[in-house]
Design a protein around this ligand. Structure first.
Ligand code: NAP
Length: 280
């Protein structure tokens, strides 16, 4: 597996396995399959309610802890200094680990500065190897990163061929912050896997739409965490390191960018209301 190096020197795999919408009782099986397929970065969150499944699979794998890169995220209802501290302890215990490789603020709502102060403390104690944010739009990221002690090392954002986050990516590069894609297949929206550009480019290399889409992001220096509950797809999705897209193919895929989300907007008060009410 190829790695990137975060601003604090920590190595992070460029491809991992995401467990959003993986049922808690299926999570251990899925992560075990992913580990057998070769994944070592696992992306979960307090809000996915499946951290235990991740912890069980990692523990039962028999593979040394330091070969894994475990990511989790603090949910909105656990925000604020004291609540976040308690929730990090709970995540450590559910994940059955002494440290978390990367902890993110899941969404920039509620008292996320308080959350981050707790994260900075845990980071300084070595219980978190790296820290960052998720769903911080360019303006929010710019503001936030100017007023915290430990600069966020990662921003995890909706990023796929239809929403390529070019502006955000430039800002993150200037701030030595790594862009990590969530929804690298846009969860299949927009008839993703049948996209004719993806299909025709992929066929030149004997690769699927899924593999072509992941390869595109990796070549743009974006970390990807595709999710699948099917082992054959997990194997397909990790099998993207034996080819390189040409400059022409990269340029053709770049044109698919609509610069719009296929999911939600933080500028939509109805969405904000919905997400603030999502209790875990
Ligand atoms: N920070 C955030 O706010 C946030 C938000 C969303 C997601 N995430 C993270 O990002 C990860 C990935 O995003 P996501 O799960 O939302 O969506 P995704 O990875 O873009 O897409 C997952 C969907 O694609 C299907 N799929 C996977 N591989 C496939 C293949 N090779 N061929 C055809 N279909 C395939 C899966 O179906 P099957 O499972 O049935 O195979 C599933 O329906 C999440 O699991 C989570 O860890 C973070």
């Amino acid at each position: 597996m190829e790695n990137i190096v975060l601003s604090n020197g920590v190595k992070m795999p460029v491809l991992g396995y995401g467990v959003y919408q993986v049922e808690p009782d299926e999570c251990e099986r899925c992560v075990s399959d992913a580990v057998e397929a070769g994944y070592r970065l696992i992306d979960t969150a307090q809000a996915y309610c499946n951290e235990e499944g991740v912890g069980n699979a990692v523990k039962k794998s028999g593979i040394k802890r330091d070969e894994f890169f475990i990511v989790t995220k603090v949910w909105i209802s656990n925000a604020g200094y004291e609540n976040a501290k308690k929730s990090i302890e709970t995540s450590l215990s559910k994940l059955q680990t002494d440290y978390i490789d990367l902890l993110l603020i899941h969404q920039p709502f509620n008292d996320y500065y308080g959350t981050y102060r707790a994260m900075e403390e845990f980071y300084e104690k070595g219980l978190l190897k790296s820290i960052g944010v998720s769903n911080f739009y360019p303006d929010r990221f710019m503001d936030f990163s100017n007023f915290v002690k430990v600069k966020p090392m990662v921003n995890q954002m909706e990023t796929h061929i239809f929403n390529q986050q070019k502006k955000l990516h430039e800002i993150l590069k200037e701030n030595k912050c790594q862009l990590m894609s969530w929804g690298p297949f846009a969860e299949g929206r927009n008839d993703f896997f049948n996209n004719t550009v993806l299909k025709s480019i992929g066929s030149k290399y004997g690769k699927t739409s899924a593999q072509t889409a992941l390869r595109y992001l990796i070549q743009k220096n974006i970390v990807v965490i595709p999710k699948s509950t099917h082992k054959e797809r997990m194997i397909e999705n990790i099998n993207v390191f034996d080819f390189s897209l040409s400059n022409d193919d990269m340029a053709a895929l770049e044109k698919l960018d609509t610069e719009n989300s296929l999911f939600f907007s933080h500028y939509d008060p109805d969405f904000v209301k919905f997400i603030l009410n999502y209790k875990i």
